[in-house]
Design a protein around this ligand. Structure first.
Ligand SMILES: [Zn+2]
Length: 354
C-alpha cells in the first residue's frame, strides 16, 4: 500500500472504518461502552462523514464524540490512549488468529483522527474545519500507529495538538476576513480598481498586448468569484501536514501548501501566524489563506513571493506569470480591499530581484 499523502486519504479511511466496520463493546474498570451505539446513534458520525465532504449539518458529532471520550477517561479512570486502544483490543479478541500486536489499527486510528478534528464556526452555519493532530505523532495517524504498535497507547494518548484553541479561532476569523477582502475586491470598481489591477497584473511588462490588457479585468473578476465560492462554502479544511515537522521537506518561508488536485478542499497551513509588520495575526493568516485558495481553485504557481518582488516587468516576472502567481493574488486582494499600507506596497510592488 502506498503511504498516505493527503488529509483526504486519512478521511476516506476513517469514513469507511466508521461506516463499514463492526464496533464491539468494551469494558474498562467495570464500565461498558457500546461503541456501535455511541458512534452511530449518539453521535450519528456516519452522517457527518459523507462520501464527498464533511457535512456541516452534522458538525456536532465531533464535539459529542470528544465529550464522550473525555467523560470516559474520567469515569473509567484510564487514559485516553488506553481507552481508544480498547476498541482495537476488542476487535482483536474476536479474531480467530490474533497477531501479537494490533492486526488492524483502523478503529483506533479513526477515533483518534476524529478526536482532533474541529468545526470552527464563523457565523450561522458558516464555518471551516481544522484538523489538529498531535505534533509528536509526526506522521498521519494510521501510519503513526502502524510504525510502532508497541507504543500505540502512548501515541493514542498524545494531545500536543498542532493548532491551539486560540490558533483555531484565528483561522476561523482569518477565513472570514479573506472572504470579505475578496468580496471587497470584486465589488470595488472605477479607476482605483483599474490602477490596482494594472499595478499587480500588468506592471510595466512591455510585452503585454492590448487584447491581453482588456482581458485581464475579466480574468481577475472570474478568479475572485471562484475564490469567494470556496471561502463561502462549508467544505474548507485546514490541516496539519507531517511535512511541517520536517525542516528539509519545505523551503524556509513557506507558510503552507495545497495539493491542487486533492479530492477535498484542504489547505495545509503552518501555525506560525503571528502579529508583525504592524498587522495582527489574522491579517497574515488571511493573506496566506488567499494565497493557498488561489493555488486550490485557480491552480496558480509560485513564480515569485512578495519578499522577492511581484511587479510584472521585463526583468521580473512577466504579466503572464503574474496572473498565474499565488502571492500576486494575495497582495492584490489585500491592496484593493484597502488592507495594504503604502510602505508595504512600495516594498512588494517591485520587479523580482535576482
Ligand atoms: Zn504557494
Amino acid at each position: 500500500m502506498q503511504p498516505m499523502l493527503h488529509f483526504s486519504e486519512v478521511y476516506e479511511k476513517t469514513r469507511k472504518t466508521i461506516s463499514k466496520k463492526r464496533w464491539h463493546k468494551t469494558q474498562a474498570n467495570g464500565r461498558e461502552i457500546n461503541w456501535q451505539h455511541v458512534l452511530k446513534t449518539d453521535c450519528t458520525m456516519q452522517l457527518l462523514l459523507s462520501a464527498k465532504k464533511l457535512d456541516h449539518a452534522h458538525e456536532q458529532a465531533l464535539a459529542k464524540l470528544r465529550n464522550k471520550l473525555n467523560d470516559e477517561v474520567i469515569f473509567s479512570r484510564i487514559n485516553l490512549g488506553a481507552l481508544i486502544a480498547s476498541v482495537n483490543d476488542a476487535a482483536k479478541a474476536r479474531q480467530r488468529m490474533p497477531s501479537p500486536y494490533a492486526f488492524n489499527l483502523s478503529r483506533a486510528g479513526a477515533l483518534k483522527m476524529l478526536y482532533h478534528l474541529y468545526f470552527v464556526r464563523k457565523r450561522g452555519a458558516q464555518g471551516v474545519w481544522v484538523y489538529s493532530p498531535p505534533v509528536s505523532n509526526q506522521s498521519w495517524v494510521y501510519a503513526a500507529l502502524k510504525s510502532d504498535p508497541t507504543r500505540m497507547i502512548d501515541k493514542l494518548n498524545q494531545r500536543d495538538e498542532y493548532f491551539t484553541l486560540e490558533q483555531r479561532d484565528i483561522i476561523g476569523s482569518a477565513s472570514e476576513l479573506a472572504m470579505q477582502w475578496c468580496n471587497n475586491a470584486l465589488a470595488t470598481g472605477g479607476i482605483y480598481k483599474d490602477v490596482t489591477v494594472a499595478n499587480w497584473f500588468l506592471g510595466n511588462d512591455q510585452r503585454v498586448k492590448k487584447a491581453a490588457k482588456r482581458n485581464i479585468m475579466q480574468k481577475v473578476n472570474i478568479g475572485l468569484q471562484k475564490m469567494i465560492n470556496l471561502l463561502n462554502s462549508n467544505t474548507l479544511i485546514f490541516s496539519y501536514h507531517p511535512k511541517f515537522g520536517n525542516t528539509t521537506a519545505l523551503p524556509a518561508g513557506v507558510a503552507g501548501f495545497v495539493y491542487p488536485y486533492e479530492k477535498m478542499d484542504v489547505l495545509y497551513i503552518k501555525n506560525d501566524f503571528e502579529a508583525h509588520d504592524g498587522k495582527p495575526a489574522e491579517w497574515h493568516c488571511a493573506k496566506t489563506i488567499i494565497h493557498e485558495v488561489s493555488h486550490r481553485v485557480l491552480k496558480t504557481k509560485d513564480h515569485s513571493y512578495g519578499w522577492q518582488g511581484l511587479k510584472p516587468s521585463n526583468t521580473g516576472i512577466s504579466a503572464k506569470q503574474a496572473i498565474d502567481n499565488a502571492d500576486t493574488w494575495a497582495y492584490f486582494v489585500t491592496d484593493i480591499s484597502f488592507n495594504l499600507t503604502d510602505t508595504q506596497r512600495a516594498r512588494y510592488l517591485v520587479p523580482k530581484h535576482r
